[in-house]
Design a protein. Structure first.
Lengths: 294, 429
């Protein structure tokens, strides 16, 4: 069929995007814009009327100390996740770089947790790490004495454990991105290095890592943003406890929303959004510049 | 041949199981016919055992209605309120009939005023003057007897240790010293700090004397704050108990379940709990064992005063439904059933004491519940949350921070005061 005949039949293709665009505006852009409005009000569940209160919410946020704590916990969690997920993801990618049958099987296995619901993952690990859970059972078998340590009840260990659980769930995605990056490095470079007498480690440091820069950029930004916006896993495992040691900002926002302080919760969400921008945008720029210079 | 017989047998078994095998109850002619109506019911996952679900079933059979139960997991209040905030409404629901919680639902606009219903006049103790009450209007039907808090204790352990029942906080400390000397391996008072909510109860109980003397009127009027020593001392008591070795070593990780098992098996002498815990003890161990092993005594700072409160377990509200008045009426039919035709069966199953007039206590009410009731009728004060005029934040979370060494009792009191002031300001005039 002649091309212009088809085009006449469908008109401009751009109009086909209209429904999707409408949904994006309604469920994404509009709420984001409204967030900017409601953050400066005292919208709550106790009274039907909503009053504009300016910077009162922000003032309370700072006076309260909860904001500082929430940011500290969120940043700690995000950094832990970024380090663990990228470290393990890179190791897995190096191991499963070549596309063989058995590598494909293992890639699938490591990717499966990405597809599982975060809440399900959280509840499962909560059960495993319980005082009477499987982990203690296995440790008991190995050491020969009964162990009933409540792992998620340790206020110093809980944040590390939750970061590990989060990383376990998402490492498959990080791994795949690294594999794509590794496969994009021409074999000739590594061949040339081998001929020149470079060791495996030297090849990795001088050839692989620099050429992996785009994948590193994507993964570092994704893992940090993922860590800062986490909620499901923390809700399912510790609910922000023990003693608020895992109360990331999203958990705190949920609590405030549940207590009926909607305007305040919206202000907190706005702050979280600004923090994420403040971290991820410069980071992205920095890593991109590194890519170019390498 | 054999396979055909098997298939027939399977078919018969299937048919029998479909009809339930037993006799299906006929619809009650006194109740409205609600065949074809589906009502949505919101509740908590931690309720009153099987008695309430069976009450729902009884209603379904009596009217032909279908009730869809949506149970919110813990934290119940937060999960409930988040859903409520979206504008979603059930046909009837459980919630705390306590002013500081109800205010978050905006009752005058969103809830049906039940003041004219029969049950209001039949509810004992003038309970509905405070429970479910806002501005003199009744929004809740309460079918559970007030919960009474104090100490559930192991009678055998007390007898073996030669302890007498403490009636003041000072006597509590003395008894703890005696107990520790006699039983260094046992726990004097077991506390499930890992679950957070149980560790509030000790403070609530110790505040009873002052609440009875009018402390909450001062707080509501703004003439005193939570940082007053009368509050701080009650909060500090748990920290002191940890320092003196009167509680379990794993208080920061133990749970409510641990409280129940330890007080029953005798590894702990007592737990600071309420009568809502008794059905769980009975379910786990049987009524006779509980009657023999568990007792109740009230304890406040300076006297043996119990604390009472009403919780969401058997408190029902009906949201206003202007879009479908027939469904609102059907929900009201449930309220009338729960406080009328279905109440006797609820009592028999739950072994609860009657809170509505015209009903006798079941014959097999447990011993600890009877002792708690005696304490309630003798000397009790409302729990502070029953009479506070605004929410006060997450006290249990602050207590959790205290037992984990992150906050002092003064910090916890300051949290309470800050959240209370914020809520008062938000509710406005």
């Amino acid at each position: 069929m002649p091309a212009h005949g088809v085009r006449r039949a469908f008109g401009s293709v751009r109009w086909l995007a209209a429904p999707a665009l409408a949904l994006l505006v309604l469920f994404n852009l509009l709420p984001s814009a409204l967030q900017l409005v409601f953050a400066f009000t005292d919208w709550n569940s106790f009274r039907p009327e909503v009053r504009f209160t300016g910077l009162d919410n922000l003032q309370y946020l700072l006076d309260d100390g909860s904001l500082v704590r929430g940011v500290r916990v969120s940043l700690t969690f995000a950094i832990l996740v970024a380090v663990i997920q990228n470290g393990v993801g890179l190791l897995l990618a190096l191991a499963l770089e070549r596309t063989t049958r058995i590598n494909s099987v293992f890639r699938t296995i490591f990717f499966l947790p990405v597809l599982v619901s975060a809440i399900a993952v959280g509840y499962t690990f909560r059960g495993l790490l319980d005082g009477d859970g499987v982990v203690n059972g296995m440790l008991g078998m190995l050491t020969g004495s009964a162990i009933d340590q409540a792992w998620l009840g340790d206020k110093n260990l809980a944040i590390v454990l939750v970061a590990l659980i989060h990383s376990w769930k998402w490492v498959g995605l990080t791994m795949l991105i690294y594999i794509a990056g590794l496969n994009g490095i021409p074999e000739d470079y590594k061949e040339a290095a081998r001929v020149e007498g470079a060791s495996g480690l030297q090849t990795f440091r001088r050839i692989t890592m620099p050429l992996l820069a785009p994948a590193i950029t994507v993964n570092v930004v994704l893992t940090i943003v993922g860590g800062l916006t986490t909620f499901d896993i923390i809700f399912a495992t510790t609910r922000g406890g023990p003693a608020r040691s895992t109360e990331v900002l999203n958990m705190f926002i949920f609590g405030q929303y549940g207590s009926g302080y909607f305007g305040y919760a919206t202000a907190l969400s706005l702050v979280l959004f600004l923090i994420i921008c403040a971290i991820s945008l410069p980071l992205l720029a920095l890593l991109r510049r590194r890519e170019v210079s390498l | 041949m054999r396979s055909r017989t098997l298939t027939m047998a399977a078919g018969v078994a299937l048919a029998l199981s479909a009809t339930g095998g037993a006799v299906v109850q006929a619809q009650d002619p006194e109740m409205p016919d609600l065949t074809g109506t589906t009502l949505t019911y919101w509740t908590s996952t931690t309720g009153v055992g099987q008695a309430i679900p069976n009450l729902i079933k009884g209603f379904e059979e009596a009217t032909g209605a279908t009730v869809e139960t949506v149970a919110f997991p813990d934290p119940f209040e937060q999960n409930f309120l988040t859903r409520w905030a979206t504008g979603d409404r059930p046909d009837f629901f459980n919630f705390h009939p306590v002013y500081s919680w109800m205010v978050r639902l905006n009752p005058s606009e969103t809830l049906v005023d039940l003041s004219a219903e029969d049950f209001v006049g039949k509810t004992k103790f003038g309970l509905l003057d405070s429970a479910g009450n806002e501005d003199g209007k009744n929004y809740a039907a309460v079918i559970t007897y007030p919960y009474i808090t104090g100490m559930l204790y192991n009678k055998q352990v007390f007898a073996d240790a030669g302890l007498s029942i403490p009636t003041t906080l000072d006597e509590f400390w003395t008894a703890c010293e005696t107990f520790k000397a006699a039983y260094p391996d046992k726990t004097f008072m077991f506390a499930g700090g890992g679950d957070l909510w149980p560790i509030q109860i000790f403070a609530f109980d110790l505040w009873a004397d002052d609440v009875k003397a009018g402390l909450m009127d001062e707080v509501n009027a703004g003439t005193t704050t939570f940082t007053d020593p009368r509050f701080v001392s009650g909060i500090q008591a748990l920290q002191d108990a940890i320092a003196k070795g009167c509680v379990n070593d794993d208080i920061t990780t133990a749970g409510f379940d641990g409280e129940l098992t330890s007080v029953f098996d005798g590894s702990a002498a007592m737990i600071a709990q309420g009568t809502w815990a008794i059905p769980s003890l009975i379910d786990a161990n049987g009524l006779d064992a509980v009657n023999e092993t568990i007792g109740f005594f009230p304890l406040s700072a300076r006297s043996a005063t119990a604390t009472w409160s009403v919780s969401q377990g058997g408190s029902f509200f009906v949201p206003v439904n202007t879009a479908d008045p027939a469904r609102q009426e059907a929900a009201l039919a449930f309220i009338r059933y729960a406080t009328g035709a279905g109440y006797a069966q609820y009592l028999a199953e739950s072994k609860d004491l009657p809170v509505l007039d015209g009903h006798e206590a079941p014959a097999d009410v447990s011993t600890p519940l009877l002792e708690a009731n005696a304490a309630y009728l003798e000397a009790s004060a409302p729990g502070f949350s029953m009479v506070i005029k605004a929410p006060y934040g997450d006290f249990h979370v602050s207590m959790g921070e205290m037992i984990n060494g992150e906050k002092t009792a003064e910090d916890v009191a300051a949290d309470l005061q800050r959240e209370f002031e914020r809520a008062v300001q938000t509710i406005g005039d």
